[in-house]
Design a protein around this ligand. Sequence first.
Ligand code: AHG
Ligand code: MN
Ligand code: MN
Length: 341
Amino acid sequence: MRQVTTLGQFIIEKQADFPYAKGELSRLLRDIGIASKIVNREVNKAGLADILGEAGSINVQGESVKKLDVFANEQFIAALSLGGECCAIASEENEDIIIVDNKQSRNAKYVVAMDPLDGSSNIDVNVSVGTIFSIYRRTSLTGPGTLEDFLQHGTEQVAAGYVIYGSSCMMVYTTGKGVNGFTLDPSIGEFCLSHPNMQTPKTAKTYSINEGNYVHFPDGVKKYIKYCQEEDAATSRPYSSRYIGSGVADIHRNLITGGIYMYPTTAKSPKGKLRLLYECNPLAFITEQAGGKATDGFRRIMELEISELHQRTPLFLGSADMVDMAGDYMKKYSGVDAAIK
Ligand code: AHG
Ligand code: MN
Ligand code: MN
């Protein structure tokens, strides 16, 4: 019989590598796993919203129907609050941090930042969406979590991951010792290890960017896109363009098959669109752990200074050689002055 390793078993096995670990981080990951299974269940019946009732209305069971991003936010906050291992949460959906001020959580070691539903514009059209999370050890020693606990460099992340609600539901995470992927087996309700020690190809033939914004891109990005589109047999160009518009889905595909994901500055988003704390840093941590790179075009994402919870940054992430080359084009054609201060 084939042996499967569940997420829970894997976490316990890995915990044995850290003799002083008390299991708090393992429990935190378990809590995130529980919330993502509940969100996955809702995502799977999102198409029934018209039958069961639209967001803001009352469904046939008499419950009010929530928009999926609000629902996901509530589920993750509830799981993390009840779990007792995190003293504060930062979410894309909340202006300020959420202090988890119950008896077990008040002095908990960790804070969690998250994008509870990434790719929300894709919910109504049956396209994959995701959740992104990032875990830090608090810098304040005890008492309620503080804003400063979140304002740490990405290099300080203790763990990070994403869940993709796709043709199957997967959780991919890292604690800084490689990246592992788990696929939800709906028949047993468990995430099972399906992608051990994930490695992203060093170079590849896919670029992912919202090219509709082309006129507003910095010159470095425009020239790099043109490079990707040129014909050259030796480097297998032209490359393929793949862009779903769900960051987790685009980055998950590129992680597996190789490629570069770019969200540079645009006229509408002069500092970039994606958020450093709960989108770029966790995705950068995973990508680096899988052998890839992540920059803002000039600097490593995980070393960027962070001063605001919802701070944005441009993002170039994926196969190492491609991110390096995009960076070379940025330096050559956009210059360091284009770097976000
Ligand atoms: P969110 O749904 O959390 O707001 O994030 C959407 C992000 C990201 O997932 C995606 O890659 C990007 O925004 C798409 O933006 P455009 O529609 O501007 O291309
Ligand atoms: Mn997002
Ligand atoms: Mn979101």
